[in-house]
Each structure stands twice: as C-alpha cells, then as structure tokens.
Design a protein around this ligand. Structure first.
Ligand code: MN
Length: 500
C-alpha cells in the first residue's frame, strides 16, 4: 500500500531577474506568506513545499525536472507573483511529468486606494503575469486546474484540497499493482478490456495469477493463526452464534480467516494494492472469499468481482483519496424500486461490499450462495448509512477509457430487509432513476461501480483531467438532449485528439 505520509506538492513562484534584488526579496517573502495562508486552510496530509522564486528558464527547467524525478512530489502549484515572461517556461513545462495547478492570486488582496503608487503596481502583477503564463500553458495544451482567489479563503482552500487529493489518487494510479486471481467471468464484456492501454493511460499494472496460487497460500495458513483471527472477528463484529468458537459451523469462519490471512500476505508480499476474484474460477477454494475481501477493502485495497480489474483499480484509486472516516466500496446496481414513492436502486454484490460505508456494527453470517457450487460463504451483512455520495465507473470504449459518475443520495431502505443475507446500499440517483439510468447506459457505464460517500465530485473531475481520461457526469443538471450531444461532441473530440 502506498504511503500517503511522505507525499509533497511543490509551490513554485514565478518572477524574473529584471525586478532587482529589493523587489525579489519582497516576492520571496510574500510567496512564503501566501503559501502559509494557503496551507493553513487545506485538509490534507500532503506537505506543501516552498521552492525559491523562479527567475529564468534554466531554473524553471531544472525545478520541473526535479519535480518529475521525485517520488515524493505528486504535483506542482505555480503562481506568477510578478511578470515572468512565459517563453522562459516552455522548456520547464515541457519537462514536467506531474499534475499542474495554477494558483491565481495576489499577495496584497486589497488595493490601498489612497496610497497606491507605481511600486505597489509593480509588486502586485499577478493580474497580467499569470495571464502571460496561462496563455503559454494553454498554447502547449497542458492539462491543469486554475484556482482564483484569496489563498486564506475557504473556497480556495477547498478547491486546492480537492486537487491535492486528486493528485494523491493519480499517484496511486501511476504506481498501482493489481493481482488478478483467475481471468474474466466468461462472456462478460464490460469487466474485460485492454490491460496494455490501461497501463499506458493510468499506469496500472494488472498481473494475472492462477487461482492455485491462492489455494496454496490458504493451505499454508496455520489453524492457530486462523483461530486467533476468528477470535478477533468475535470481538469486532456481531458474529452469528452458529459461527462462534465451539459452535457447529465455526470451521467455516476459520476457513474465511485463512482466506484473509492468505490474501493479505499475498498482496503484501507482491506490493499489490488491488485484486480481483472470479466465482467461476475458484479451483479448490472451499468458499468464495467474502469476509476476507470486505476486510481487505476496509483496509484500503481495491476489489472487483468476476475478474473486473478496472473497477478494482478505480476502487484502490478512490480509496487512496478517501479521507479518514469516509467510506468507499465496490458496488453493483443490483435491483430497482420504481415505486411507490421515489425510485431507488438497491446496490449490493454477491458478498463483497466494504463496511466503511456503514456506521453500524456489521453482522457476520453464513448463508448459501446460489451460484458457483461451493460451500456456503461467510460474509459481513449491513446496510449503508445515509449520506450524499456518488457511484463511479471506468469503462474501456475500445479507443479510450471513460469515467462515468452519478451523484446519489444514500437513503434508508423503505423497510427492514430480514431475508437479504448480504451487505447493501439503497440510493436515489440524481436527477431521477429514469434519467440517471438512461444517461448511464447511453454512456456505456458498467453495472459494477465504486460507491463513495466522501471523495468529492470536484476531486474526481480533477483526477480525470490529470489522467487525461474522459469524464461524464450525471447530476441534478443532467438533461437528456444535452447529455446525448455531449457524448457526440466528446466522441468527435477524442477521435480528433488521438495521437498518430
Ligand atoms: Mn458482479
């Protein structure tokens, strides 16, 4: 798992030698003050790193090369405090391989109307310095986010925080290793795709293992270790009495614990942060892994069922962007409630829903699984806690990848669900189930998604821009006529923008 603690964003101030020492000393001092004001409002564990004012093309190029080479640096924020002629930035911007943000602000937020003179004017030149720079970034076709305003304001802090969080996700993506146990569920299209293109576009490495590798790892787990973990389950969760130590079906819980220990060890040893399973290809595994997958997801691993490596990778990326206490899970649109009352989706999977999306204490239960022909699997059962959120998917359209995102409100089920032996979430999609589903399907969205109650829409938008992946959003504003046109224009754009 990637370590979020040591990540940095570099803060680069642009100017030029022409101003003379006195002014440049003020620029440096004010740049530090702007950085401090900005950092004070951010909600991130990523460290902002001040760099000396950039005053010529060599320094700019060298700094951008260093940022690109640094494993800790996940992005750069640029600000032209004064005028910084943008031909000086061409080589540096060309060398930059990290996400770029452009902060457009001014050291002195207010004009001193009664005393303003040319010294003040010449020191506070971001108004034209940043425009000169932005022109060059546009001309070079470099993706970036522009944030305008007072660095001490909550709105600027929120937008910058969203971008930094997206950079964390992008860093996860560029370093993501995914273990795939078994291949794709036979005949399923949307879970399949071009893994080479995915590695080129997103950096994700999808590595296949025969399920026997996992079977052997499970067999190697000692009974004592598995019993110890099963005892931990009894402490943490509401375990069904038939599964408790000494009860008739306790062996099934111990076997689930062996699956968790084996999977965790396998993923840690290989440096993987995501994985898939396939219920059609379980080899000699006695149960489809349910509880083990749920526990690993809760610890930040991405997961996809039926060999779905794209959703698993997206899950790991979104989990790395999820703040502490937030919830993000593998999900599937399972069944609908068209009415009476507001239309809703009941989302679930066979077993594998992450308990981070509930505030309730999950139950651990054992029930038959009508598919796969294996022993009854152990699973956590719970209902997602009401929250605003979104479901997100990553699909392979053949010539490109597309992220589809739908704003949702997670709600309580209309009634208790005593006969549903699986973790679930009930939500009302925006703007309505009818428009949401029509738009989602028109965009080619998958039935598997990642549901999050805490990675913001702005962060996902910033991530898509960093990764240069098409993003289609379905929200309260979505109207089908415009949406259909957006897809048509977007298809034309992406085909025109294709590299030769
Ligand atoms: Mn599925």
């Amino acid at each position: 798992m990637s370590n979020k603690q040591n990540l940095e964003v570099w803060f680069l101030t642009g100017s030029q030698d022409l101003y003379g020492e006195e002014t440049l000393a003020q620029v440096a001092e004010q740049s530090k003050a702007v950085l401090a004001a900005l950092e004070a409002g951010l909600s991130t564990s990523v460290k902002l790193v001040y760099k000396p004012t950039l005053k010529n093309a060599d320094a700019i190029r060298r700094t951008m090369l260093d940022a690109s080479a640094s494993d800790a640096c996940i992005g750069v924020i640029t600000w032209m405090h004064t005028f910084s002629p943008a031909k000086m930035w061409i080589a540096g911007l060309d060398a930059l391989q990290k996400p770029l943000m452009h902060l457009h602000t001014q050291a002195n937020q207010s004009l001193p109307w009664s005393t303003i003179d040319m010294d003040f004017m010449n020191l506070n030149q971001a108004a034209h310095g940043d425009r000169e720079y932005a022109h060059m970034v546009t001309r070079m076709g470099i993706a970036r986010k522009i944030v305008v305003g007072d660095p001490a304001s909550a709105s600027v802090a929120a937008r910058v925080s969203a971008w930094i969080t997206a950079a964390v996700g992008y860093n996860t993506s560029r370093n993501l290793k995914l273990a795939r146990f078994g291949d794709n569920m036979r005949f399923v299209s949307v879970t399949d795709g071009d893994k080479v293109s995915a590695q080129m576009a997103l950096g994700i490495s999808v590595e296949n293992y025969g399920v026997n590798a996992l079977v052997a790892a499970v067999a190697a787990v000692s009974d004592a270790d598995a019993e110890a973990l099963a005892a931990e389950y009894e402490q943490l969760y509401d375990v069904a009495s038939e599964l408790k130590a000494g009860a008739a079906r306790h062996d099934s819980l111990v076997y689930a614990a062996k699956q968790e220990i084996a999977l965790r060890g396998f993923l840690e040893a290989g440096g993987f942060n995501a994985f898939t399973s396939n219920f059609e290809d379980l080899g000699d595994l006695k149960q489809l892994p349910g509880l083990a997958v749920q526990r690993l997801m809760a610890d930040g691993y991405g997961f996809g069922g039926e060999g779905d490596w794209k959703t698993s990778a997206l899950g790991a990326i979104l989990k790395s962007m999820t703040p502490a206490g937030g919830g993000t899970s593998f999900m599937e649109d399972y069944t609908y409630h068209f009415g009476p009352g507001p239309a809703k989706v009941l989302g679930a999977h066979m077993l594998e829903v992450c308990p981070t999306i509930t505030k309730a204490k999950p139950k651990i239960e054992i029930h038959p699984l009508g598919i796969g022909g294996k022993e009854d699997p152990v699973r956590m059962v719970f209902t997602a806690t009401p929250a605003q959120g979104r479901v997100v998917c990553l699909v392979d359209l053949g010539d490109r990848f597309r992220i589809v995102q739908n704003e949702i409100e997670i709600v309580e089920p209309n009634e208790d669900l005593p006969n549903l032996p699986v973790a679930r979430a009930v939500w009302q999609p925006a703007p309505s189930l009818e428009t949401s589903a029509e738009a989602w399907m028109l965009a080619g969205g998958s039935h598997h998604t990642v549901l999050t109650n805490s990675v913001s829409a702005e962060t996902i938008e910033d991530f898509a821009r960093m990764a240069k992946i098409e993003l289609v959003v379905i929200d309260e504003e979505t109207r089908m006529r415009e949406f259909r046109k957006e897809l048509q224009w977007s298809a034309a754009y992406h085909r025109l923008a294709e590299r030769l």
